[in-house]
Ligand binder design. Structure first.
Ligand code: AMP
Ligand code: MG
Length: 427
């Protein structure tokens, strides 16, 4: 069942697509594997962190009152009753005139209420390997304040309090916090599997010889890379010939995925076999989206053998159109399935140094390079020719201009909006 709708804005097309997708079911993943996924439950601290008062310094656990008035000229002598490493507990209370030699992280012995660091004792003056042994005395050279150098029980997190809320994307710091709570698995929304199919008799798999008139398949690979980069799991279905049989067979191989992406064969007025097969096999709309590059776009759903409806995004064939369309429609769909709503890219206002003409009433996503000028402002330079087949223009760019549909041109010196694709790597 195919319908051919009229012109849609980028936002209308995206709304229709996102309305189809839901976040995927929750799975439990080994902690590290959950990196980049969205937490599905509030995490509440199962115990206090730290679980016991402990020392923040290497030194001597003392009763602060015993050290009152201590100075270099009038040291206080304390008897060392134990030597305590991190990981061990000293559970007999220390009495007046006593100290426990203690290493960072070791729990405070009962009765002690301050830690005197080594540097404020005579230990460093004694020479290597001359630390006071159990039963010997140590000289305290400075009086200690009550609670000095102690990390208190629960000062980081108190048992029963929320630590990380559901909905948070797991970054290295969340992975660390979850590990500190003793969790080895984490409940997250499942990553979507995205099946990717290229179509066209001329398309050749990289690594194979290139026959005359043929081109290599870049779309499947650029799109698969985008899928992976935004948190999905790409599954390459290969290349379908422009025949009903081959296309139908390969499409069906993708129906166990969470989303199906095809490229090429969706142009308006392009009544080729791709459109026919898509229309016959799925419920699909062929849209004309007011954007450049890209314009033809198909969206619909196939019914899998188990009755599940699998969303299908039909990208235009030209390599830049295919990437930009996936960026604007596919990536937000993957985010939605991951349970994320933060798919909007960072936008900067940049001063264009080029003229960007935009005469045909479409939103123009020109490839550009954004850099900071010496005046501290952002500047945008076009990457060069903007043809939708010039894939190296994507490779040269770190952003896409967002020239509104109704703006016939931006001139050098004008401020424009740029959607940043990449902050991490200067091209
Ligand atoms: P079509 O939508 O089939 O008319 O394709 C538009 C243009 O994109 C043609 O020049 C195709 O050769 C090219 N094209 C289609 N599929 C791919 C692909 N997978 N990789 C690179 N170029 C492609
Ligand atoms: Mg074609």
């Amino acid at each position: 069942m195919a319908t051919t709708s009229g012109m849609l804005s980028v936002d209308e097309a995206r709304q229709r697509i996102l309305a189809f997708f839901d976040r995927l079911p929750v799975e439990r993943r080994p902690l590290l594997d959950g990196l980049g996924q969205v937490l599905a439950e509030d995490i509440v601290a199962p115990f206090d962190v730290p679980p016991l008062d402990n020392t923040a310094m290497d030194g001597y656990a003392v009763r602060a009152a015993d050290t009152t008035g201590a100075s270099e000229s009038a040291p206080v002598e304390l008897r060392v009753v134990a030597d305590l490493a991190a990981g061990y507990v000293h559970d007999t209370a220390i009495g007046p005139g006593e100290a426990v030699r203690i290493m960072t992280g070791a729990p405070m012995p009962p009765g002690s209420d301050a830690v005197v660091p080594f540097e404020e004792t005579d230990e460093p003056l004694r020479g290597p390997n001359q630390a006071p042994k159990k039963g010997a005395t140590v000289r305290i050279l400075k009086s200690a304040a009550v609670h000095a150098n102690i990390r208190f029980r629960a000062e980081d997190v108190r048992e029963g309090t929320p630590v990380i809320p559901a909905g948070r994307v797991l970054r290295p710091s969340e992975v660390g916090v979850l590990a500190s709570l003793g969790l080895s698995e984490v409940p997250v929304y499942r990553r979507p599997v995205v099946a990717i199919l290229s179509t066209g008799d001329e398309i050749t798999e990289p690594g194979q010889p290139l026959l005359p008139g043929r081109i290599y398949d870049s779309n499947a690979h650029s799109v698969a890379a985008m899928v992976r980069k935004c948190g999905g799991i790409p599954r390459l279905l290969g290349i379908a010939k422009d025949t009903v049989e081959d296309l139908t067979r390969k499409l069906h191989q993708g129906l166990d995925a969470d989303m199906l992406v095809t490229s090429a064969g969706v142009s308006r007025g392009d009544f080729d076999v791709v459109k026919d097969v898509l229309a016959r096999e799925g419920a699909i709309d062929f849209w004309t989206v007011r954007m450049k590059p890209g314009k033809p776009l198909a969206f619909g759903a196939f019914t899998a053998p188990d009755g599940r409806r699998v969303g299908h995004l039909g990208l235009p064939g030209n390599p830049v159109s295919s990437m930009v369309s996936f960026e604007l429609f596919g990536r937000p769909a993957i985010f939605t399935m991951l349970g994320r709503s933060d798919w909007e890219r960072p936008m900067v206002r940049a001063i264009t140094r080029d003229r960007v003409a935009n005469t045909d009433g479409r939103r123009f996503f020109a490839r550009c390079i954004v850099t900071k000028g010496e005046d501290g402002r952002w500047y945008a330079d076009l990457t060069g020719p903007q043809g939708s087949g010039i894939l190296t223009s994507m490779s040269a760019a770190n952003g896409l201009t967002v020239i509104p549909e109704d703006l016939p041109a931006a001139n050098p010196g004008d401020e424009i909006d740029v959607m940043m694709l990449d902050w991490e790597h200067a091209p």
